[in-house]
Design a protein around this ligand. Structure first.
Ligand code: NAD
Ligand code: TDX
Length: 342
């Protein structure tokens, strides 16, 4: 299959590009605008691959998308490109509406015009909103609460409308919190690991008892690939890891693996509108023949080792744009911090 992966220089996209190229029948074009989290160093091992092409471009620009689809005769689209960090969506909501909503609208329309055979929209479990009890099913009403999840929900609904209105073969995956190598260190797990390696505090929002279901990036990409091949057009598939943990437990586990003191944990001012819990019912995907394989503690340990062994990768990021972002987000919070876990 000739596949367009958008956002392929980001965390999940890069793992997905590598995974797809490992299958001899696949050709992959990666369309990425190289925003702050896009990093071609995530793909140095496949940069010269004969079945891989990189196109530097923005999914919001119709002509760029049209040209990429036509020039490479692409048959499928996997849309990973997005603004992805909830905290940044609170600082700058409009950039999320632009990329996540308008960008998806442009991709859908150009892909429909080009006669693309499969369009997979990478959505998120966050579209269901905060789920205090139980597990969200694919047919549940969505109730996003942050500018990030609202923008992703807009994209998700647009994709669904293309199936209903045009019969365009759209597939939607709603993955849970993903972790693994190459994740930009603004996200909770890589932030905790890299701060701990530098003996810096680990900032826990609120009481630290918020819950997420953690999914290995290898499982997330395996599920996306499986849905692309076997999913029923017009269908939505939740992807969870079955690893629900409190943030405090995750931070403590990281410190334990690194042999660092629990006193590095700091409870800081909460994120506005912070969703207490996400949890997805994952019974639909096994009916397609897929289930997660990576136990959380094993995947987390391997991720900790990856960051320990790839200091050059994350130090470069942390000394650039990230530094001013970190100061803006955390300087005051850490000054006012309300104690530690031990
Ligand atoms: P990321 O921030 O690491 O990567 C996003 C990529 O999109 C970057 O390479 C960036 O340069 C690119 N991009 C941004 N704007 C673009 C534009 N206008 N045109 C082209 N490229 C653009 O994000 P990620 O964690 O890899 O997430 C990938 C997808 O998976 C997103 O759609 C996200 O909503 C979804 N998702 C992520 C998680 C998670 O926990 N990380 C969980 C569920 C779903
Ligand atoms: O410094 C922090 N302290 C903290 O306590 C950060 C950055 C986060 N947290 C908490 C907030 C969440 O409860 O940790 C949890 C995870 O936070 P994030 O890594 O920011 O992820 P989350 O907000 O849950 O959203 C993620 O999951 C779904 C991704 O960022 C999204 O792209 C994905 O769609």
């Amino acid at each position: 299959m000739r596949i367009l992966v958008t956002g392929g220089a980001g965390f999940i996209g890069a793992h997905l590009v590598r995974r797809l190229l490992a299958k001899e029948h696949n050709h992959v074009v990666n369309l990425d605008a190289l925003r702050y989290s896009g990093n071609l160093e995530n793909l140095t091992d496949v940069a010269g691959h004969p079945r891989y092409r990189f196109v530097h471009g923005d999914i919001c620009e119709s002509r760029t998308v049209e040209k990429a689809l036509k020039e490479h005769g692409l048959e499928a689209v996997i849309n990973c490109a997005a603004e992805t960090h909830v905290d940044r969506s609170i600082l700058d909501p409009n950039s999320f509406a632009r990329t996540d909503v308008i960008g998806t609208a442009v991709l859908l329309e150009e892909a429909r015009k080009a006669g693309v055979a499969r369009f997979l929209q990478v959505s998120t479990d966050e579209v269901y909103g905060s789920v205090e009890t139980g597990w969200s099913k694919e047919d549940d009403a969505i109730a996003p609460r942050s500018p990030y999840s609202a923008s992703k929900a807009g994209a998700d609904l647009l994709a669904q409308s293309y199936w209903t209105t045009f019969g365009f073969p759209v597939l939607i995956t709603r993955g849970s919190n993903t972790y693994g190598p190459n994740q930009y260190p603004e996200k909770f797990i890589p932030l905790c690991i890299t701060n701990a390696l530098d003996d810096q505090p680990l900032p826990l929002y609120g009481d630290g008892r918020y819950r997420r279901d953690w999914l290995s990036v290898f499982d997330h990409c395996g599920a996306i690939e499986h849905v692309l091949r076997h999913g029923a057009p017009g269908s939505i598939y939740n992807i969870g890891g079955g690893n629900e943990r409190e943030n405090l437990t995750v931070a403590e586990t990281i410190l334990k693996y690194l042999g660092k003191p629990m006193s590095l944990i700091r409870f800081v001012q909460d994120r506005p509108g912070h969703d207490r819990r996400y949890a997805v019912d994952c019974s639909r995907l096994p009916t397609l023949g897929w289930a997660p394989t990576v136990p959380f503690e094993e995947g987390l340990r391997a991720t900790v080792d990856w960051y320990r062994n790839h200091e050059a990768w994350w130090r470069k990021i942390k000394s650039g744009e990230f530094r001013s972002y970190y100061e803006r987000m955390y300087q005051q919070r850490l000054k006012d911090g309300t104690g530690c876990a031990s």
